[in-house]
Design a protein around this ligand. Structure first.
Ligand SMILES: Cc1ncc(COP(=O)(O)O)c(C=O)c1O
Length: 452
């Protein structure tokens, strides 16, 4: 039997990040300011350091990873690539299945790959405080970890429903020295406005982003950090795909299809974009973003300019969106609840160069449990979306007899998501299709922009 784990040396951690803009057939659609005109880099300087703003708009193919960041990456990188021999056997499929495991990071997911880079550039710019949002807690814990490493104070606005349901993610952030507040909070104008209208608001990522952005914009000593959606975040995550390419070379194989869970797009972009470079050069490969059918941004959203947050504080981004006032259904436990998507992912999807699938909640948990019972690792519910889509494809291979090479990113472990697993086991979870009327209604709330 071939190797189960395909490992790299620390010296093989990439020394540069890959920027997909260099290989896109069309230039990126620019973000717009409140006047409907493309914004310049200055518009972002109140909340981001210059180095990250440069990366946000860069068209350079390769961007050097600072030595200090690479040094910290050695704590968990290179992450292993696994051949899922046991899952293949359990499914009885001729497909070869591989997964890259990002749950080996201290925070348990891929998010520290960018958290460390963002904390580094902020420290270099003399910033002492960062504000951010978190949904399920993966990003908040990652920034808490990174802030602690660079002596930066971190305040996390955590979506209220998760704040209440995930006490141990909170403890984790506290362990790394961060302050955690339930969002919406009374601390910001955005939070107070939401609470005045909806005193019992469970919160949403869009609301928590508004609070964190508002705080950063109003304090000189504080910048804002975002765990997904922005181009520089996807850039930092490209270490995943770059390592995977080297690992496939070692294994003497190459994926026919890549599956990645997709919320704001950083995990998908991170694993898939380095392979997009090959696709742009003529190689045949399918890159599939997998999202929940309860938050079907790419598969059913509008491709339009919209705000990145609920209160309309951010520039306008051209992206697939369910509307910036999207409130995720309470019944959904699997994460990936952001209303929009990264603009590069959106553009490539719109141009038919990447694919997307939406999967229902119960199927993702079934896939996660099947994976845990064959491969051992208990996946984060977000990651289970990709596992689900990959298993479906492997079963198609079983029918057709085709031995395709399937690859997914196991973006994190689910050790802090056991309450969601419990709900699944006790049949409290159900499938929920986001209603067509809500998608139609969102059209009426989109900002009015001439380019729309
Ligand atoms: C474990 C895990 N996987 C995947 C994702 C999706 O990442 P993104 O929102 O950048 O698409 C998240 C995001 O919260 C996550 O925590």
């Amino acid at each position: 039997m071939s190797q189960t784990k395909i490992l790299l040396e620390e010296s093989e951690i990439p020394s540069q990040w890959y920027n997909v803009v260099a290989d896109m057939p069309n230039p990126p659609v620019p973000p717009l300011g409140p006047d409907g005109k493309p914004i310049g880099p200055d518009a972002l300087s109140a909340i981001f350091p210059d180095a990250l703003i440069e990366q946000e708009v860069s068209a350079e193919r390769w961007i050097d990873i600072p030595e200090q960041v690479r040094d910290i990456y050695t704590l968990w990188r290179p992450s292993p690539l696994y051949r899922a021999h046991r899952l293949e056997k359990a499914l009885g499929t001729p497909a070869r299945i591989y997964y890259k495991y990002e749950g080996v990071s201290p925070a348990g997911s891929h998010k520290p790959n960018t958290a460390v880079a963002q904390a580094y550039y902020n420290q270099q710019a003399g910033i002492r405080r960062l504000s951010t949002e978190t949904g399920a807690g993966q990003w908040g814990s990652s920034l808490a970890l990174a802030g602690q490493m660079f002596g930066i104070e971190v305040r996390v606005y955590m979506v209220r429903v998760s704040y209440e349901q995930k006490p141990f993610r909170r403890s984790m952030m506290h362990s790394w020295g961060a302050e955690v507040l339930a969002s919406p909070s009374e601390l910001t104008e955005s939070g107070r406005r939401i609470l005045a209208q909806h005193p019992d608001s469970p919160g949403s990522l869009g609301i928590a982003i508004s609070e964190a952005v508002e705080e950063a914009a109003s304090r000189d000593d504080t910048n804002y950090a975002l765990g997904s959606v922005l181009n520089h975040v996807l850039l930092h995550q490209s270490v995943i795909g770059l390592e995977a390419k080297k690992q496939f070379e070692k294994a003497g194989d190459y994926p026919d299809m890549i599956f990645a869970p997709c919320g704001g797009g950083s995990n998908f972009g991170g694993v898939a974009f380095p392979f997009f470079a090959d696709k742009a050069a003529g190689k045949e490969i399918s890159l599939v973003a997998v999202e929940p059918s309860s938050c079907p941004t790419l598969t059913r959203g509008h491709y339009a300019y919209d705000f990145g947050d609920s209160m309309g504080l951010t520039p306008l981004l051209k992206m697939y969106t369910l509307g910036h006032d999207f409130m995720p259904p309470g019944i959904h436990a699997g994460g990936l609840r952001y209303h929009g998507d990264n603009t590069l992912v959106s553009q490539l999807y719109n141009e038919g160069l990447i694919e997307a699938q939406a999967v229902p909640q119960l199927a993702t948990f079934e896939a996660g449990v099947q994976f845990a019972r064959s491969e051992g690792i208990i996946p984060a519910p977000e990651s289970s979306h990709a596992i689900c889509a990959c298993i479906d494809e492997a079963m198609k291979c079983k029918q057709s007899g085709e031995a395709r090479t399937l690859f997914f990113n196991l973006s994190g472990h689910g050790h802090f998501d056991m309450a969601s697993y419990d709900k699944f086991f006790s049949r409290e979870l159900e499938d929920y299709e986001y209603p067509a009327e809500a998608i139609e209604e969102a059209l009426h709330h989109l900002p009015k922009v001439a380019q729309q």
